[in-house]
Design a binder for this molecule. Structure first.
Ligand code: ATP
Ligand code: MG
Length: 416
């Protein structure tokens, strides 16, 4: 895409009321627009990032047998009253219609998914089932101060699974845990799965997936040696203790952000909605259920927090809005022609490229490239042409190298 056509522009200053680094950088770059505390619109650059995060999650959920659907977000109040959540979930947004009817906005969707799956599952032969969606969620959060990391409206992937037996649930649960760890690492993040119970490894299963960042709202203890990680709230150990799991490493304290979690819901919702299936021996049983959440907009914020530097954002290639930022510097015909030609060739090779073809100063173009954070920058200038081509530089490196214009595409393809 041509930057001259992009309707958003970068800003030098972040809004004064934003305290978090992710919101400051994302607003300055024109990725998001703030509507009110905890509510953001996603602009052309921002939506490209979200769509890539979404696709990675979709691929990993499909790979473990998840079936995608989209459930309503405007809900009748009845199922929420049936489970007791209407009165017990403090973040639930409730809407009063002009006809006096009450509605809820989806904050999680057990109340909707359980009756849907119940309609199609009659026998043990129909199980297990895992369904998921990627969609907007609404929560009446008291404090929304971490930019896009804690929203009142946000994008979440929520999966729900239904099983015949506890053993089958446990089997799937481990598979889901591995899929989660894989998808975070595909996004350039190292996530740790907490042990819900802290020192006691036998209670009901639940994992929180944590990425270390000072912008996080959780305090965790993690082992220097093994994968053990626990939320301070529930851990029976403290900083400096020898890890209770491997008995080797030492526990360190850190701030982290919860980018996902998975729960054993037991038969709570099956019971609430009177969901039974016929077992092998003809008796009726209620399925065991699990739920699996990932915050996509929070993830985008965490990536910015964890990977940016003092000049701007550093997108991992897997989620970057464009792989390449092509800068045309100076106004000589030769530069313009070479840059245009290269742009055309990149498009032809289906390499995603943002082409800075604007009439702007070199300084402005360089600063924008750093702020916007595409993984590769290619500069075409009079000087680069004199030196034999264009300059190719990675966002994570200080210095670039001059390479022949005819070689640069091959280099990009082989380095991917
Ligand atoms: P938190 O403790 O951070 O409020 P939670 O325990 O309420 O999270 P879940 O209900 O399990 O979270 O939601 C699943 C995932 O959705 C979380 O792991 C997180 O990544 C994301 N998430 C939860 N609340 C928000 C929010 N207000 N804004 C953005 N993402 C959120
Ligand atoms: Mg919450």
């Amino acid at each position: 895409m041509r930057q001259s056509q992009l309707f958003t522009k970068t800003k030098r200053e972040a809004p004064k009321d934003e305290v978090s680094k992710n919101a400051k950088l994302l607003i300055r770059g024109g990725f998001v627009h703030k509507e009110m505390a905890g509510v953001y619109s996603y602009l052309p650059l921002g939506i490209r990032v979200l769509r890539k995060i979404e696709q990675i999650i979709r691929e990993e959920m499909n790979a473990i047998g998840g079936q995608e659907l989209t459930m309503a977000t405007l809900h009748p109040s009845e199922p929420w009253k049936q489970t007791g959540a209407w009165d017990s979930v403090d973040v639930l947004f409730k809407i009063q219609s002009r006809t006096e009817k009450e509605y809820a906005l989806g904050q999680s969707e057990e109340e909707i998914v359980t009756p849907i799956v119940k309609e199609y599952v009659d026998s043990y032969k129909d199980l297990p089932v895992a369904v998921y969606q990627i969609g907007q969620k609404y929560r009446d959060e008291l404090r929304a101060k971490s930019g896009i990391m804690r929203g009142r409206e946000f994008l979440m992937k929520d999966m729900y699974s239904f099983h015949e037996t506890q053993e089958d649930f446990d089997r799937f649960y481990q598979i889901a845990k591995e899929a989660y760890l894989k998808l975070y690492s595909r996004m350039g993040l190292v996530a740790k799965a907490t042990e819900a119970s802290g020192g006691n490894f036998t209670t009901k299963l639940s994992y929180e997936f944590m990425v270390l960042t000072d912008a996080g709202e959780d305090d965790i203890l993690y082992c220097s040696d093994c994968t053990h990680c626990a939320n301070v709230e529930v851990s029976k150990q403290k900083e400096g203790d020898t890890c209770g799991k491997c008995n080797k490493g030492v526990l360190a304290l850190a701030k982290a952000s919860e980018v996902g979690n998975i729960f054993d819901l037991g038969q709570k919702y099956s019971k609430d909605f009177d969901f039974t299936f016929k077992t092998n021996d003809g008796t009726e049983k209620q399925p065991i259920m699990g739920c699996y959440g990932i915050g996509l907009t929070r993830l985008m914020g965490v990536i910015v927090e964890a990977l940016s530097d003092d000049k701007g954002i550093v997108w991992p290639e897997s989620v970057a809005p464009f792989k390449v930022h092509l800068l045309s510097l100076g106004s000589t015909d030769e530069v313009k022609k070479s840059a245009e030609k290269l742009y055309g060739e990149l498009l032809e090779k289906r390499i995603e490229v943002l082409f800075d073809d604007r009439e702007a100063s070199n300084g402005e173009k360089f600063a924008d490239a750093d702020l916007l954070g595409m993984p590769y920058r290619i500069v075409v200038s009079e000087r680069s042409l004199q030196n034999g081509g264009c300059e190719l530089k990675k966002r994570t490196e200080e210095k670039g190298e001059v390479v022949g214009v005819e070689n640069v595409i091959d280099l990009l393809v082989t380095r991917a």
